[in-house]
Design a protein around this ligand. Sequence first.
Ligand code: NAD
Length: 479
Amino acid sequence: MVIRLGSFEGGREVLSEERKSFSDLNPATGEVLAEVEEATKEDVDRVVKIAQGGFKRWSKIPVAQRSALIHRLADYLESRSEELAEMETRDTGKPLTLSKSLDIPRSIFNFRFFADYAKTLGTEAFQSDDQAINYALRRPVGVAGLISPWNLPLLLLTWKVAPAIAAGNSCVIKPAELTPLTAYELARAAQEVGLPEGVINVVNGFGPQSAGEFLVAHPNVDLISLTGETSTGKAVMANAASTLKRVSFELGGKNPLIVFADCDFDEMIETTVRSSFVNQGEVCLCGSRVYVEEPIFDKFVDAIKARAEALVVGDPFDPKTQMGALISKEHKERVAGFVERAVVDGAKVVTGGGTPRTLTKGNFFEPTIIVDVKSGCEIVTEEVFGPVITVEPFRSEEEVIAKANDTRYGLAATFWTSNLRRAHRMAAQLEAGVIWINTWFYRDLRTPFGGMKQSGIGREGGVHSFEFYTELSNVCIKL
Ligand code: NAD
């Protein structure tokens, strides 16, 4: 059944046959899941006004009560986690096992984590000799515009919504046009558990000259948190400038993954298969540029090739499936284009590079490993955002650090070694906001998360999220 999605505003769904609409497709089957109404500028104006009302009500509620309501929301989402996981899988094409083990439980945990953290937030105080005492007052900012991508739709959205509302803000969400289902369900759930009207609102549509842009430019939207491509960050920053609103950006990456010969090889291979191909390689943190110390280069390529070829690609609802479909036909063509041009540039495809033989329907693409890449060629410099890695040998620490940092991105870097002194040396020299040593994707939500260089602005996680979603006023009292 094709459902219709409009906007969710003031605690209710608003549908209008007069709005233009677009189709939301299942990437694995091409089936139409929903007809989605594109919000107009007038729609966004109305929803922002409603969110301003929501902010007035919500920000006055004591933090312990807000926290309890957010926990109630988490409980409710948990009671519906099977259904939400299936919805996320239909919308994204990712394996159901992943939606069940990662997307939905982590989304729920985001709410619990920030609801608890909000209750512990403090501020600073300074005594200025015998002249004055200063203390800081913390308060929510207002209406938060939250713009999310399609790869981990609910997980990355709740990473924004949870701290925003725990701090007392209201929000207007603009989910990715390719994956609007779970954001809408979240707004419905908030209503169901009794969050005040207008605290969580949703508008649907695209970015430029559509709902995304209208939200960013809106004078009564007080902040924008965006996760998306680096080029989108640039457009949003320019558009936000006229109202000088604060921005937090989690953007693209081209993350290095470095393997030293002294690492625990089996553990490294196990994790590297995941860091290369999980979620079809559509994770901003995936290690797409792999550098392997020369003595174990051939051993590494043989092992990762065998593991990639053993991955089960196919029906996302089959429990044996390890890789599902790419998000759209256009994205699959984009990924295939990168591989084709790399080959023209002289690179060699060790495995993969095309559509799996038995999967001609849906946007499936094989796990792909590429070697013999020329330095500076496109496949090494541009974000592919698919199940494609390049593997290059290196001889020294200095050489690999220079290669790893030779990028305009700086999101994540991973390396594998058993040499403790080298580990600290490397960590201090790699230009990335997130550094993993002998692990990948391990996250403690209290830690700062975000990118250097063109991978983002600001940090999220723990107190860093609250620094963004709150304002501080210093109060100075003369003694
Ligand atoms: P995208 O930039 O195309 O879209 C992201 C969101 O921004 C969507 O909701 C889109 O409609 C909206 N948007 C696009 N242009 C806009 C504009 N001009 N004004 C306002 N909104 C606009 O990104 P995507 O294709 O959905 O996601 C993939 C990208 O996201 C990759 O580059 C990936 O690395 C990045 N990403 C980063 C992180 C991180 O934490 N750093 C996490 C996940 C994804």
